[in-house]
Design a protein around this ligand. Structure first.
Ligand code: LLP
Length: 429
């Protein structure tokens, strides 16, 4: 199995050299535990794979996957740039120490106030629609202002329908067959369009759709370069690199992948005489996804019409299974190597029937008090958590060389009322 699971001599699941059961005892559950070293090595693996074949290559970490400031600091130190999709993510990136040149803002349905803010920060803007272009032209002086466009290449892929972002059903980007015209319009306004971008979807383990999208985007870029006379400084292929969530899935063969993608890139640059622009990609999940476990304690074993293992968190803490029916591998952290003896349903504590982390999961005999490690929760997990059912969000702990540090305190009941105002007339006197 290619999942990032380590088990120590006590038969406990381990992360970053630390014993999950010790961590759960020390901090309580539910709890996100994140392995710093794994993030650093994931980053390096992608960076080394691509730079081996094309040296002017940059990673723009898609920080929507995990915006914790400590994680952002690790990536800043590693040399990453940032894909930011909202003014809040731009703000977070700058707070984490990224200089504006290292941040690319790719918004969707962006307001004028958001455009004003993003422009003032000095980060680069990747434009999603003609409307956004026209409104930006009223906010900034377009003369020589560098921009890029997100293009819908009519290729899409992803682990779930909600995560496919190319093709005719997608709200993202400008139409591929209008690209030349849109770049021309931008130039006529005085803008300096220097980049082209696409992102076809998320959670893709099959290299084929990427290869297709790379071919298509390069053909579009070639056409734009010659017909609208654009000299591209960068070409950005977006994110989407998948990780195995199920034991039967395999790791993306990153070296082979990088070789193929850069191969297409270089061939097309030559074909269209586009010089040597920078190559960007925007992985989120690949960098942080397999670097974390969500630890949760079993509080109820219920033999109903099915056998339910009830735990102390729910889809407010980890939404992916309820939202996309995503599989997250689950191990009993204090019986990590025990024989799997029965199939059970693992249910959260939210008052909805869809609040399940897995059905029919083969597990060892589970008892109340056992700790479960829900794997691959580094991406789109805390960042999608909520306070639904008035449950405060949990703590996050970073492991570095076996040592734990809290990087986010757990919320308190009082935090549930942040920014709420009860009008004077409704107050109980
Ligand atoms: N670039 C852009 C413009 C994006 O919209 C995204 C993700 C990425 C890069 C990074 O994609 P990644 O490498 O992480 O696949 N909540 C969903 C995933 C939504 C992804 C949205 N955009 C999930 O939990 O699977």
């Amino acid at each position: 199995m290619d999942l990032n699971l380590k088990i120590n001599e006590k038969n406990h699941a381990e992360i970053g050299g630390a014993d999950t059961i010790e961590i759960a005892k020390k901090y309580g559950t539910p709890l996100y535990v994140i392995d710093e070293e794994r993030i650093r090595s994931n980053y390096k693996r992608v960076f080394n794979a691509f730079t081996k074949y094309y040296s002017d290559f940059k990673i723009f970490y898609a920080c929507k996957a995990n915006t914790n400031l400590a994680i952002m600091r690790i990536l800043e130190e590693s040399g990453s740039c940032i894909d930011a999709v909202s003014p809040g993510e731009v703000y977070t990136s700058l707070k984490a120490g990224f200089s504006p040149e290292r941040v690319l803002f790719t918004g969707n349905n962006v307001t004028n106030d958001e455009l004003k803010y993003v422009n003032e920060t000095g980060v680069r803007i990747n434009i999603d629609s003609v409307s956004q272009l026209e409104r930006l032209a009223k906010i900034v002086d377009p003369e020589g202002y560098k921009i890029s466009f997100r293009v819908n290449p009519m290729v899409g892929a992803g682990h779930h329908e909600h995560c496919i972002t190319g093709g005719e059903m997608s709200k993202f980007g400008i139409k591929e067959n209008e690209a030349v015209e849109v770049y021309q319009i931008a130039k006529n306004m005085g803008f300096d369009p220097v980049g082209i971008h696409t992102h076809i979807g998320s959670g893709i383990l099959d290299p084929e759709p990427f290869k297709l999208a790379t071919n298509v985007l390069m053909d579009i870029a070639g056409k734009v370069a010659s017909e609208a006379d654009i000299d591209f400084e960068f070409i950005d292929f977006g994110g989407g690199l998948g990780i195995p969530y199920e034991p039967k899935e395999n790791l993306l063969a990153i070296d082979e992948f990088a070789k193929e993608i850069t191969g297409i890139f270089k061939t097309k640059l030559d074909k269209y005489g586009m010089g040597k622009p920078s190559m960007y990609i925007e992985p989120g999940r690949y960098i942080v996804g397999d670097a974390s476990y969500l630890l949760t304690t079993v509080n109820t074993v219920k033999n109903s019409y099915r056998k339910f293992i009830g735990v102390d968190c729910g889809f407010n803490t980890l939404l992916r299974p309820a939202m996309y029916e995503s599989y997250h591998h689950i191990v009993v952290a204090n019986k990590a190597n025990d024989e799997l003896v029965e199939k059970v349903d693992i249910a959260g504590n939210v008052c909805e029937s869809g609040d399940l982390f897995g059905r029919d999961r083969p597990l060892p005999e589970v008892e109340e008090g056992d700790v479960l490690a829900i794997m691959n929760t580094g991406a789109y997990s805390f960042s999608m958590a909520s306070q639904y059912n008035s449950r405060p969000r949990p703590c996050e702990v970073l492991i570095n060389n076996g040592e734990c540090e809290i990087i986010r305190e757990k919320e308190t009941y009082e935090d549930l009322f942040n920014n709420q105002i009860v009008p004077e007339r409704l107050k109980k006197n």
